[in-house]
Every structure is written in structure tokens, then in C-alpha cells.
Write a protein that binds this ligand. Sequence first.
Ligand code: NAD
Length: 435
Amino acid sequence: MNVCVIGTGYVGLVTGACFAEFGCQVICADVDGAKIAALRQGQMPIYEPGLEDLVVRNVAQGRLSFTTDTAEAVRASLVVFIAVPTPPREDGSTDLGVVESVAREIGRAMDGYKVIVNKSTVPVGSATKVRGWIEAELPRRAQRRFSVASNPEFLREGAAIGDFMRPDRVVIGADDEEATAILKSLYRPLYLIETPVVVTSVATAELAKYAANAFLATKVSFINEFANLCEAVGADVHDIARAIGLDRRIGSKFLHPGPGFGGSCFPKDARSVAHFAREHESRLRIVEAVVEVNDSQQRRMIEKITALLDGDLDGRVIGALGLSFKPETDDMRDAPSLTILRGLIERGARVRAYDPQAMEHARKLLPDVVLCENAYEVCEGADGLVVLTEWNQFRMLDLARVKSLMRQPLVADLRNVYDPVDMRDAGFTYVCVGR
Ligand code: NAD
């Protein structure tokens, strides 16, 4: 089957490479000429474990190619995935501007029946808008029959290839049988491993993606509020998470306390669904609270670090370990590190930082932060050390060396990667979250 994916970012590139691996003929299209040129040279625009091998192999075997010519990619394909950004506006609503411009481009290129599939996360009703934008641009003598479907993506950055190849489920939202049949046949390789396929209406599939992210974000804010209560009453949130997580009705995932969720999806999707729910006069009060709790959790981390340094950050040097919103990705979009480090800098702190993959983004997003070569360089002359992202390489640092490099042995472990007793035994004043 011939497939094209428009937008070659975290979702589009993984989708394209994985469908090529399944045996499809895939063209990935993007407006970013430098990105396409680099991909043609086998250079990945993002850090995602396993991606480079997959891309290079499928390009070499002739199933995967890259272009800046979206129209040509559309004409060559039966299934056209839209995987472009859907950023938030100031009020939390979703900006569909890029989706619109891509849909119009698809419309102008249409030369026969195709299934246009929204993989971007978009508010309910977006497929109808996409249909309208395509129809408005159809060449006069073009075949007017086409389908618009929704196939939301649930992959996790850092584990994206595995998630795409072995998903918990695939959701196909289509309002006609032809599109459903084509998308089911595209995902047929997953039937062999008995992946459940949930076939729904388009509107339901669009909303399912928001429901999933809102629910996971709820678990994070829930455990963070309990972590704060644990601090107040002298309880241990890890034990709470284990005690409740072993209950299969609750489940142990997403019960890890920390500085609040970040990344390109949870914050924007939670705000977006809360916004369009309000527009439909059906408020999602839980989701609104989740967003509020998350914002306050990030601010609370600034207070925690300030308190650790006796309430005065002016001129103090703070070392930060980790900048990406989670390990195994270079993605810093909406990372808690941004809010927290900017907050510390506003209070007069000087920040030094290191991240194994996110340094290039950090240079642009945190221009006032001194970027170091490794974790130990971060510690040099620091009045306090903050663990912001739980990369494996930060879990077993040589604590004696860390202590000898720092000006003061103060550690705020916002990911709870160290044991409080070990840290105190090693001579650190140590704070963490909820223990
Ligand atoms: P991204 O920013 O990594 O990639 C988007 C790509 O689209 C970029 O390469 C950009 O150059 C390209 N693009 C922009 N305008 C274009 C145009 N007019 N024509 C062609 N290409 C264009 O974004 P992403 O993280 O892959 O997210 C894409 C969508 O998928 C969003 O709606 C997001 O919410 C959703 N999503 C993301 C994830 C994730 O983990 N990143 C997971 C599930 C769903």
C-alpha cells in the first residue's frame, strides 16, 4: 500500500518509518527543507532510540523516501496521514492553522480516491473542517470522493518505535466502510500479535485521544497532590503509590511523584480538551483542576529549591541535571525544567546544566543557563544541585565526587532517584518529593 505522512517530526517520522518496516511504500513530506535534506543523508532530526536504524534500513531497501513536495507525495498515495503540529493558543484552544494549510494543499493535489487521516491530536469536529478545506480546493475536474478518518497516536517519546510496533491498541475513527477497511488492512501486521483495534466514529476517535491523555495527566496530578500531603503529615508517597498501584483497578503506572508533567502533549491536550468542553457547555472540572495542580506543582518546586538554599537565591549557583521533559528524548517542549529554571534565574540564581540529549534545544530555550559537558562539571562550585530529569546516568553518580565539587552539599531531587538515607549518610542536605 502506498502511504504518505505529512509532517516528519516525532510522530510523523516514527509513523512513516514503522509503516515502511511493515512493507508499505512510504513518502514522508515536510516543509522543513533542511530536515528533509538531513534525513536523506541518514541524519535524524530528533533523538529517539532505534529510529536511525529503522530509517536508514528502510531507505536503503527502497520503501521509505523523503520530500518537500507534499503534492507529489499525496498524488503517489492511497492513504495520507497528517502529522503536523497543533499548538495551543494563549487561551488553551488548539491552533489548526497548519492542519488547514496541509488540508488545502492535499485538496489541490487530489487526483483520485484517498483516505486522509488525522494523526495530529485535534479537537472533535476537526475532521469535518479538514473535509471542508479539502473540498474548497479540489480542482474542478477532480474525483470528488475521498474519506477523512481519525487515527490518534498514543506513542510515548523515548519508546516510540516499540509503542508503534506493539501498541496496546489501535483506534480507527471512520464514518465510512471503505476507509475503515483500508486502515484495517494497513494495520494488518499488528493483527498477528493480536493488537486490539477499536473502530469508532471519527468524533469518538478524536475525543479518545484527549480522554487518554487527560486520564494519565490526572494520575500524575493526583499522586503529586498526595506527595505534598505526605510531606505535611510525614508519610512516604512511594509506599502510597505501591500500596494503591498494586490494586489492579488502579494500576501502578503514572503514579510517580515529581515536578509536574510536561512535554508536547499532556499540558496542551489537557488545556485543549478543557477549552472545547467549555465551548460545548460540558465542563471538565477534573481536567481543569489537573492543569491547575500541575502549574502549582512546578511553582512549588521553585519554593522547595529556594527554601533549601535558606530562602535566598541571589547570586547562588545552582546545578541542574536533566532538561528534557523525560529521559530518552531530546524534547524540551513544556518541560518542567523551563518553568523551574526560569523561576530560579528570576530570583537571582546562576544556573549551570547538563542533559545527555537536549543541549541543542537548551541553548535556544534557556539562553541564560551555562551548559556543561557532563554531570560532574555541573556540580563544580554549585551551592545546590537539582535533579530535573531521571536519565539513567544520573542515578548512580559518584556521590563523594559530587560533594567534593560542590560549594555546599545541598540536593533537591525532584525525581526521587536517590535514597534519602543514602544521601544523608553521604553528607548531603537532601530534599525530594513526598518522602
Ligand atoms: P513535531 O513538531 O515534532 O513535528 C511536526 C512536523 O511537521 C515538523 O517536522 C514540521 O516541520 C512539520 N510541518 C509543519 N508545517 C508543515 C506543513 N505545512 N507541511 C508539512 N510539514 C509541516 O510534532 P509532533 O510531536 O510529531 O506532533 C505532531 C502531532 O502529533 C501533534 O498534533 C501532536 O499533538 C500529536 N502527537 C504527538 C505525540 C508526541 O509524543 N510527540 C504523541 C501523540 C500525538
